[in-house]
Design a protein. Structure first.
Length: 298
């Protein structure tokens, strides 16, 4: 493969382009400014999966009505430490900044602040929001859910989100401690980034529609395959837990139809038919029963 040709673009030029993009699509200047900044800051940090390459995707979402440039953002419920915001399909950055700032005020007053958002569009790189808390000498956390784009461990079809989580902690060192990760092996944006560059992806990133590891990002992006969960069953479990903590509490359960299965089906089946125990284990159990004079008829 020929070496990819790259052109260095000054970051301020990229930011102005991104700002103009949001303005051209009807966003207010203030919203456009912070939205552009979040994209370019991701590029500056080398997190190109969440940088300006997403702009063509956002253009389609504006045209399809999936992003509302003039949302009617409302606080649905509020208490001293918590709140729920209806974003009315706002692009994610402006409303997420608003939510984090509300959480910061609540935390200063009560010790903890938790603000959930429902009906929001893509939020970009999640690390951007805990940094607002870090600037106030607080620990910050931001979690978001996604539509089904990840294949649960042991399955072949996408059914869970990759639900990114970001945490920021102040530090006396030069830079704060920041973690931003999805519960898939890699963020979906990295697969898109490779696809746009005409490059293959590592086989541990995604599965094709038949459930086989693939190096072709189009298997995930175009043909219905899915991302692989990080840590196998652990990533699957984390995805469902984060969906419950974020999506359901915010009355915005993106994968609700898929939540009725997994271990609950197994429990029902084994309650009805019995628990399968390997013969080697049964033999050991019989030995224990005999040694301790415990009734065991198997």
């Amino acid at each position: 493969m020929a070496e990819a040709k790259e052109t260095r673009v000054p970051w301020l030029e990229l930011k102005e382009f991104a700002r103009a993009f949001f303005v051209r699509n009807g966003c207010p200047e203030g919203d456009a400014e912070v939205s552009a900044d979040s994209l370019v800051q991701a590029n500056l940090r080398g997190v190109d999966s969440h940088g300006v390459h997403l702009i063509p995707m956002y253009l389609q979402q504006f045209r399809q009505g999936l992003i509302n440039p003039h949302p009617n953002i409302e606080i649905v419920r509020e208490a001293p430490s918590v709140a729920l915001i209806d974003a009315d399909l706002s692009y994610g950055t402006p409303v997420s900044i608003r939510a984090m700032r509300m959480a910061i005020v609540k935390a200063k007053n009560t010790g903890v602040g938790w603000v959930s958002i429902c009906r929001t569009a893509h939020q970009g790189a999640m690390y951007y929001y805990p940094l607002l808390a870090v600037e106030q000498d607080m620990a910050g956390i931001a979690i978001c859910t996604s539509g089904p784009n990840t294949v649960p461990w042991g399955s072949v079809k996408r059914a869970i989100g990759n639900n990114p989580i970001a945490l920021g902690v102040p530090s006396k060192a030069r830079h704060p401690l920041i973690l931003d990760m999805a519960v898939s092996t890699v963020a979906a944006g990295w697969a898109l980034h490779a696809y746009e560059r005409g490059e293959p992806i590592p086989e541990e990133w995604a599965l094709d529609p038949a459930g086989n590891p693939t190096s072709d990002p189009a298997d995930f992006l175009e043909r219905g395959g899915g991302l692989q969960p990080v840590g196998k069953y652990k990533g699957s479990g984390l995805s469902i837990l984060l969906e419950a903590v974020v999506g359901i509490l915010a009355a915005n359960p993106l994968i609700a139809p898929a939540l009725a299965g997994k271990e609950w089906r197994t429990r029902a089946e084994r309650t009805r038919a019995g628990v399968p125990i390997h013969e080697n284990i049964l033999r050991q159990l019989r030995e224990v029963a005999l040694e301790l004079d415990i009734p065991f008829s198997r």
